[in-house]
Design a protein around this ligand. Structure first.
Ligand code: FAD
Ligand code: UDP
Length: 398
């Protein structure tokens, strides 16, 4: 009781005693504690609450929505604080679930890469090939034959480097992938799993969309608004600016933990490597700055990986525009698990600890050390909720 009172006191100081959340928690602790208010945590909290159980959600940041958090900047332009988040999925279930909390605006993301002074479509497609090599490629078959002439056989395709070289050859690998990947990960592509570069296909068509998923859209009023709707339930209490370590565990039943799994176990086996980023946000005085949503900088001579102009994504009208550049770093908030065999082996050891931990479910990009997109995290949380929470099935779809 003393620990709970201390937590409530600190939270009240940060947020003002009138916060309705505090009254709920002080009355009686919840059945579930969810750590992290990102996609993994918010979906779990919503499912738990809808099944009739009470849940406290804490996040150490001063806001909900995790890395998908968006807000208006000083100019009144909606920006993504932690870099561009574009929603795309092939899952009807994930889309239907999220559609309970938001309307959508259709948006198909396009990316150009700055290579040898030109802005060329990325993923590499027929247009990229014909512009870069100054060849006439009238149709897909011509592009396919041309790509075949560039591709180099590499035996078993294991690494991110193998994957690209075997598909498009050395020249395109060096121009589009080598510098970008070294910057983004601080590792050579030969030190990363193939899954990293396999995220970016190569096309023989002229399709210049970044994603080809069945559903591609952005929450009409932003991600944060969608999360507010998700968490707006009488069974849910949210406390931001509160670290898991401050919460008296004994007051709660089951724990859903979506923070870094190695931190939960006090880095017992050493630190799991995560890649971080510094986001440089800028507002410019002109209405538009870039021809498409994102311009990639694969060259090793440019310190950042990409620039995004948010209005392309959000559809907002404004006489000015806000941009974000991403500078990869080794220190800082953990954003990307780093996929390679060494890290997978270390994660396996933490996974064994996690599996043996009674009364705790580990979830999300950090909790399961998996390089997942938003829709994959939602899918993971929905599947986990079905297994974990009694009565969820009776409490309405999904
Ligand atoms: P998070 O969103 O990271 O949420 C975890 C939360 O836990 C955080 O808010 C953190 O503060 C909190 N937490 C951690 N430890 C503690 C603790 N001890 N106590 C309290 N709280 C704690 N996906 C896409 O589908 N499309 C995209 O375009 C896309 N772009 C991306 C761009 C960037 C730069 C990055 C980094 C990711 C991108 N993603 C994208 C991936 C997307 O961000 C993730 O899939 C998603 O945010 C993962 O949700 P999560 O809940 O697992 O983790
Ligand atoms: N990549 C690259 N050049 C590019 C775009 C991507 O080398 O122009 C590689 C890089 O290793 C990157 C990976 O492909 O980390 C996946 O790209 P994606 O755009 O999916 O990265 P994310 O949006 O998740 O940061």
């Amino acid at each position: 009781h003393a620990a709970m009172a201390a937590l409530l006191h600190r939270a009240a100081q940060r947020h003002g005693a009138a916060a309705p959340a505090l009254r709920v928690v002080s009355a009686k602790a919840a059945d579930y504690l969810v750590v992290g208010a990102g996609f993994a945590g918010a979906v779990m909290a919503e499912r738990i609450a809808s099944a009739g159980h009470r849940v406290l959600v804490v996040d150490r940041r001063d806001h909900i929505a995790g890395n998908a958090y968006d807000h208006q900047d000083a100019a009144g332009i909606l920006i993504h604080k932690y870099g561009p988040h574009i929603f795309h999925t092939n899952s009807d279930e994930v889309l239907a679930y999220l559609s309970r909390f938001t309307q959508w605006r259709p948006y198909e993301h396009r990316v150009l890469a700055e290579v040898e002074g030109q802005l060329l479509p990325m993923p590499i497609n027929r247009t990229t090939l014909s512009r870069l090599f100054e060849v006439d490629l009238p149709d897909d078959a011509a592009a396919e034959a041309f790509l075949k002439s560039l591709a180099e056989p590499v035996g078993e395709v294991k690494t991110a480097k193998d994957f690209v070289i075997s598909a498009v050859g050395r020249r395109l690998y060096e121009l589009f992938f080598e510098g970008y990947t070294r910057k983004q990960w601080g590792l050579d592509p030969s030190q990363l799993d193939r899954s990293v570069t396999a995220r970016v296909p190569t096309r023989t068509s002229a399709d210049d969309r970044y994603f080809t998923d069945k559903h591609q859209c952005m929450p009409l009023h932003g991600y944060t608004r969608m999360f507010e709707n998700m968490l707006d339930h009488r069974n849910i209490t949210v406390m931001t600016g509160v670290d898991f370590r401050e919460v008296p565990r004994a007051n709660f039943g089951h724990l859903v933990y979506t923070g870094p799994v190695d931190a939960y176990f006090d880095h017992r086996y050493g630190r799991l490597p995560y890649r971080s980023l510094r986001f440089e946000h800028e507002t410019v005085g002109q209405e538009w700055a870039l021809p498409v949503g994102t311009v990639n900088q694969p060259s090793a001579d440019v310190p950042f990986t990409r620039t995004t102009e948010f209005k392309h994504l959000t559809g907002q009208s404004h006489r000015m525009s806000s941009l974000c550049r991403e500078f990869p770093m080794s220190e800082g908030d953990p954003y990307y698990p780093i996929p390679n065999p060494e890290n997978a082996a270390l994660y396996k050891r933490y996974e064994a600890l996690a599996d043996a931990e009674k009364g705790v479910t580990f979830l999300g990009r950090l909790g399961t050390y998996r390089y997942m997109n938003m829709d994959q995290v939602v899918g993971q949380a929905l599947a986990t909720a079905r297994r974990l929470i009694p009565a969820t099935r009776d409490a309405g779809a999904p």
